[in-house]
Design a protein around this ligand. Structure first.
Ligand SMILES: C[C@@](CO)(OP(=O)(O)O)[C@H](O)COP(=O)(O)OP(=O)(O)OC[C@H]1O[C@@H](n2ccc(N)nc2=O)[C@H](O)[C@@H]1O
Ligand SMILES: Nc1ncnc2c1ncn2[C@@H]1O[C@H](COP(=O)(O)OP(=O)(O)O)[C@@H](O)[C@H]1O
Length: 314
């Protein structure tokens, strides 16, 4: 085959606790990451020349060589020069459904799909852990995007362990088109304001990760206790983003007024999500929040929690 089409799912964070600083300048995290059914489509095909080419149907994307999919292809060319020489360059076409810079890991998902697509195109037969190791060189969230589903993520987000999966609950997403939050800014501001609470001893970091792994949220997920899952959502970055961006805080409150299972900002935002028991309930909640917020810059989506990662389409 000279071409593969892949689905690249977005993620939400059900849990994001900032534990401390890392020597590499990043933050030590404990997260529960959850794939959702909102997907980009990534087409990867053999190129007619040696070069990498990335096209995308969405305006406002970074220059081609800054695209995370380009960086993923470049990494594969560097790591597998013989396959690159044998099969030539790659052409990548991205059809975006996942909003850009939303806290939903759209770019990371595109990079993960590119790694999987090139693995197939060049018949490398890489394992999931091998793909995840390459993915970690591209960004903290990229390893998760390879296999998706539900996972506990530690380190800077790249160390993954499997946990149970929740019911395929419905999720309403809301994001303003005019708001953007820099991930680097969010973490830096958190450090400036809250580093006095950071844990520094490696054994304490380990203990905290273990506590979350065997703790209430992971148990609620394993028992499919939807009410508890909603109650136990946590995102430490809300402490810096909500005071700065009142619309994010308003969306979160408007969802909670609808008595959803739970509502929270995803990642560094600005997307806010709400968990609902069914697609009908999600539709009802979306209509009510849209009317309540009455802001034409806010877009809404309905999706489902998903057990999938990057998928190759037939
Ligand atoms: C906040 C989260 C939560 O899932 O997601 P998004 O909001 O980006 O979707 C992630 O931690 C983002 O992951 P990702 O978007 O892959 O981040 P990276 O490119 O690796 O890092 C972007 C910047 O965020 C900061 N960063 C990221 C991860 C981490 N553990 N500590 C950090 O301090 C660093 O300043 C880094 O330069
Ligand atoms: N393929 C891509 N899709 C989306 N954004 C990308 C992509 N490649 C690079 N980016 C850049 O990555 C940044 C983060 O975007 P994205 O991955 O969508 O969100 P987030 O990191 O908030 O989850 C954006 O500012 C965008 O310029």
């Amino acid at each position: 085959m000279h071409a593969f089409s892949l689905l690249a799912p977005a993620k939400i964070n059900l849990y994001l606790e900032i534990i401390g600083d890392r020597a590499d300048g990043f933050h030590e995290l404990v997260m529960v990451l959850q794939a959702i059914s909102l997907c980009d489509r990534v087409d990867v095909r053999a190129g007619s020349t040696e070069r990498i080419h990335v096209s995308c149907d969405t305006p406002g994307m970074p220059p081609e060589t800054e695209n995370l999919a380009y960086k993923a292809a470049q990494l594969m060319c560097e790591q597998f020069p013989a396959a690159h020489a044998q099969f030539g360059g790659v052409e990548i076409a991205i059809a975006k459904e996942i909003p850009v810079a939303a806290g939903l890991a759209g770019g990371s998902a595109n990079a993960a799909a590119t790694l999987v697509g090139i693995d197939h195109l060049w018949q490398l037969g890489l394992t999931v852990p091998e793909l995840q190791e390459l993915a970690a060189q591209l960004g903290s969230d990229v390893p998760f995007c390879i296999a998706g589903g539900t996972a506990l993520a530690t380190g800077r987000g790249e160390c993954l362990s499997a946990i149970g999966s929740p019911d395929p609950l419905s999720v309403v997403l809301a994001k303003s088109r005019v708001l953007s939050v820099s991930t680097a800014w969010a973490y830096k501001t958190h450090r400036q304001q809250f580093s006095s609470t950071y844990v520094t001893r490696p054994e304490d970091i380990e203990t905290r990760a273990t506590q979350v792994h065997s703790g209430p949220l992971v148990r609620a997920i394993a028992h499919r206790d939807n009410k508890q899952i909603g109650n136990l959502l946590r995102n430490d970055l809300e402490r810096v983003v909500l005071p700065e961006h009142t619309l994010v805080a308003q969306l979160r409150s408007a969802f909670l007024e609808q008595r959803v299972l739970g509502a929270m900002m995803s990642g560094s935002g600005p997307t806010v999500f709400a968990l609902c028991e069914s697609p009908d309930r999600a539709e009802e909640v979306m209509q009510a929040v849209r009317a309540r917020i009455d802001n034409p810059t806010v877009d809404f989506w309905i999706a489902q929690l998903s057990g999938a990662g990057v998928q190759i389409l037939d």
